[in-house]
Design a protein around this ligand. Structure first.
Ligand SMILES: [Zn+2]
Length: 427
């Protein structure tokens, strides 16, 4: 605790020093008359004070902040006051991967999950929910996996039905979630069932749900199976990696100051141009994944991790309140055991095309120009082509970010500008 206090004090001092350093720089600017508002803007744009990455602090915290429950900031840049933990066994759910200690959330999230688990069982016949990652005890960035899940309003739910018995702690560590994919572009009809569609429809049906993220192949299956009632589909958006779980994101509790909602989902069911653009990105990503990196190629530069100064100011209070604060080594590293537990993937790796199908895909891609209709995908062993007549070119940033090597998330920059960085990886 003392080490942390010292670290935080240091951080504050660093912050103050940087603020001081900004002043002469602003005065010395040669551009005409820097007004006070310009100076304020410049100060606001200055790089955040660097301390240990915030994920190290929030990732090592073991207990909630004893404050009134509040979601602070945005889904990918915030923290959680007064978090509560979802009981590991409920009448219709079980929490998985207990060692990660990520079954925390805002009471709004817990109420929702309990209601969903109960309704899905009673009304749809889904046997119960296996709950994956929610948030850390005080929310915030995580050491591994997600860039969102920071304010206690996000939860991952496995697409594997709950078994008819209470799993042991060890089983909850070891059991793998089931992939729904037959290949990179298609759900496996032997695994994906109408019950899955019902579950996701149910999950999206509550007014407090802002978004649900699923793999594009799952979105495609939902589009095909939705029938006439399609309003719920607008909240269900494609995102990388969500092929063995789906991600539920709730809106901010009404009246919560400092909790940033996303733009509400539009009325479009997302089954047309948006889905087509995602499939185009998927195809490109598949080709990029198979291409060996040229010798001497440097990996794309990583975004620097968030520091405490990047988060809302109240997150400092959240981190410091009560006991159970972070246990970090003097060098700022997190215990290796914690990192190992948190880093273990909950599901199988994503499937890739076999060489023959990949060659067919390459041939198809080389024939189609951006903005034009792609060649028929009949040669593919997989149903790679989503089938619409006009496939819009993904926005440039979307296209380049589709490379698995890229750290920045693609697509929704083009398809959902209000989206705030859900996890690129499915953990
Ligand atoms: Zn997630």
């Amino acid at each position: 605790m003392r080490r942390l206090a010292l670290g935080l004090a240091l951080l504050l001092i660093c912050g103050a020093v940087s603020a001081e350093q900004v002043k002469p720089a602003v005065k010395g600017v040669t551009t005409p008359a820097a007004t006070p508002s310009d100076a304020a803007k410049k100060a606001a744009q200055k790089p955040a004070p660097k301390g240990p990455p915030a994920k190290m602090l929030f990732g090592a915290v073991t207990a909630p902040a004893p404050l009134e429950a509040r979601a602070i900031g945005s889904y990918a840049k915030g923290c959680l006051a007064g978090g509560i933990s979802l009981p590991i066994n409920g009448p219709d759910w079980q929490v998985m991967r207990l060692s990660r200690n990520r079954n925390w959330g805002h009471p709004r999230l817990l109420d929702y999950l309990e209601r969903l688990a109960s309704d899905a069982r009673a009304l749809d016949g889904w046997p119960g929910l296996l709950i994956g990652d929610m948030a850390q005890p005080r929310g915030g960035p995580m050491i591994t996996g997600h860039s969102s899940h920071q304010i206690g309003l996000d939860a991952d739910v496995w697409l594997t039905p709950m078994p008819d018995r209470v799993l042991t702690r060890q089983e909850r560590e070891d059991i793998s979630a089931t992939s729904m994919l037959k290949d990179p572009f298609t759900v496996d009809p032997k695994i994906w069932t109408p019950l899955h569609t019902k579950l996701i429809k149910r999950a999206a049906s509550y007014p407090q749900v802002a978004r649900i993220f699923v793999h594009p192949a799952i979105k495609k299956a939902l589009c095909e199976q939705a029938g006439k009632d399609r309003a719920w589909l607008s909240k269900v958006r494609p995102w990388w990696g969500h092929y063995y779980h789906f991600h539920i994101r709730l809106t901010c509790p009404p009246g919560t100051e400092g909790c940033e909602n996303q733009k509400p989902a539009g009325g479009d069911d997302g089954c047309g141009a948006e889905l087509a653009a995602w499939f185009k990105m998927l195809r490109k990503a598949e080709i990029d994944a198979a291409r060996p990196a040229p010798p001497g190629a440097k990996p794309a530069p990583k975004k620097p991790p968030l520091s405490l100064g990047d988060l809302p100011r109240e997150c400092m209070t959240v981190l410091n309140s009560g006991g159970g604060g972070p246990v970090i080594a003097p060098d700022g590293t997190v215990p290796a055991a914690l990192k190992a537990a948190a880093g273990k993937d909950a599901g199988p790796p994503e499937p890739h095309l076999d060489p023959k199908a990949l060659a067919a895909l390459k041939a198809e891609m080389s024939k189609s120009k951006p903005g034009s209709k792609p060649a028929p995908a009949a040669a593919l062993t997989s149903a790679a082509d989503p089938g619409p007549a006009s496939v819009p070119a993904p926005a440039p940033q979307a296209a380049q970010a589709a490379s698995p090597a890229s750290p920045s998330p693609p697509g929704p920059a083009a398809t959902d500008p209000s989206m705030s960085l859900p996890d690129r990886k499915p953990r």
